[in-house]
Design a protein around this ligand. Structure first.
Ligand code: NAP
Length: 438
């Protein structure tokens, strides 16, 4: 898309920036929590150096491209998909590398939303005598880093909801059975959505019904940028489970990667927004449940079978509900899972607080793979940025379960408006990508 604010519309500039963005996309599966960035260095119309950022801690795109260009970088133009950094992070500032190499002109697609940079990288280059232009192919560049941008600008991750449904919009039979609605090709496509995500979030309803793995099962060679010798990163798995109903035997707890179980604080349980009782609001809102120690620690028996005997021990002052909660938490923690207490919100626990916490963990992109209850709740809370619906060419009937539980939509003007952004066929199924409007 042409940015009218961009002073130069030379075709060569657009070609080189498009190449920088394509290079940046190589990092789709590897750079998180960092943004995906690409750089092309051009001298007298010839590309003399290219680079892209592979992973946090490794060199940024600009020094890689400069190293490839060598002396040819002097007097050249650098095309970068994101404003060069000017602060010392895990690597030295890229602005200084560009200045030291004698680059004459820098064209960036977008400014860095990171408050540590936010335009000061461009100022530093201008102060060093470099001609700077900004805004070329900005829309395309922003599309590469929706999670990094939203986290920097709003303290929230980019949230993508994926659901598989029949053509009549059913996601499960009335019995709860839902495996498999879509084809192997569509399920493989989902694997790539998982691989680019920093976290995958599900509801306890899905966990109990399907015992899902929620892992990436692609090989390193399948993922551009990871390469045949690389390691496939497993996104953090998050289970939204108010009352810790997740069984310690759940499949996802035994798989490589980390799992976080987000639950309600049993003492805050029952509170709802508007309740005059104050909620625990100290920062952070989310606190790990203290693991019971010594006499309070239950054996490795199922939580329901082994509760501390409160009557016999005068030192223990736990009410039975909290004791059961602590016992369940202990059993889950023994599997290696983390437990997080979240304040209550509509439908269970407060999803926005949870997502803000994930953003503080540097989670850029969250993929929600849950049933209609959690998916609907997230949508109604205005937390969803993108819907990815896989539609299989069959009908499951009106007794089956719908896509989103959206209570309170009674009249036509209550509808949630969407804008379709992409529609394509994956094997025998359709994949539809839409964003909430307004
Ligand atoms: N076709 C598909 O793509 C697809 C994908 C996933 C699942 N499914 C199917 O969907 C069915 C399960 O769906 P479901 O709707 O029962 O479960 P779900 O949406 O996966 O999980 C819902 C549960 O999450 C917990 N929760 C906690 N806080 C919440 C909040 N703020 N908002 C909403 N939920 C919150 C609640 O349980 P607590 O109160 O106990 O915390 C709630 O019952 C299964 O049949 C599964 O096979 C289909």
């Amino acid at each position: 898309m042409i940015n009218p604010a961009f002073p130069s519309d030379r075709i060569a500039d657009r070609v080189h920036m498009a190449r920088a963005i394509r290079l940046a996309a190589q990092g789709l599966y590897t750079t998180e929590p960092n943004p995906r960035v690409g750089c092309v260095i051009v001298k007298a119309g010839l590309v003399v150096g290219e680079g892209w950022h592979r992973r946090a801690g490794s060199p940024h795109a600009e020094p890689l491209a400069l190293a490839a260009a060598g002396d040819a970088a002097r007097g050249a133009t650098a095309y970068v998909s994101l404003e060069p950094c000017c602060h010392h992070g895990r690597t030295p500032p890229c602005t200084e590398a560009l200045l030291a190499a004698g680059v004459a002109r820098v064209v960036v697609a977008m400014t860095d939303p990171n408050p540590l940079v936010a335009g000061s990288g461009l100022d530093r280059l201008r102060a060093g005598g470099v001609a700077v232009e900004q805004g070329l192919l900005e829309t395309e560049a922003r599309r590469l880093n929706p999670g990094f941008i939203k986290r920097m600008e709003r303290g929230l991750p980019h949230v993508r909801v994926k659901l598989a449904a029949s053509l009549d919009g059913r996601t499960a039979m009335a019995s709860g059975e839902s495996q498999w609605i879509t084809s192997a090709a569509a399920r493989r496509d989902v694997q790539f959505l998982r691989a680019r995500s920093s976290a995958i979030l599900t509801g306890v309803g899905t966990l109990l019904a399907d015992d899902p793995s929620l892992n990436v099962r692609l090989s390193p060679a399948d993922l551009p940028g990871v390469g045949p010798d690389g390691t496939v990163r497993q996104p953090l798995r998050v289970v939204v489970d108010s009352h810790l109903r997740t069984p310690p035997t759940a499949r996802l707890l035994s798989l490589p990667g980390q799992t976080l179980i987000a639950c309600l604080d049993p003492e805050a349980d029952g509170l709802r927004p508007g309740n005059p009782e104050p909620l625990p609001t100290t920062e952070p809102h989310l606190t790990p449940i203290p693991a019971p120690s010594g006499d309070q620690a239950p054996d490795r028996a199922p939580a329901h079978a082994q509760e501390p005997d409160l009557d016999d021990d005068p030192h223990i002052r736990l009410d039975p509900k909290r004791a059961a909660h602590l016992a369940a938490a202990t059993h889950l923690e023994a599997t290696g899972a983390g437990i997080l207490r979240v304040p209550p919100g509509p439908g269970g626990l407060d999803l926005e607080t949870l997502l803000r916490y994930l953003a503080r963990m540097e989670i850029n992109e969250v993929l929600i793979e849950a049933g209609a209850t959690l998916a609907g709740s997230a949508l109604q809370a205005g937390l969803v940025d993108e819907l990815v619906l896989y539609l299989a060419p069959h009908l499951m009937g009106d007794a089956g379960r719908g896509l989103f539980h959206l209570p309170g939509l009674d009249r036509m003007h209550d509808r949630l408006a969407l804008e379709i952004q992409d529609l394509r066929q994956i094997g025998p199924d359709l994949r539809l990508t839409a964003v909430p409007r307004g």
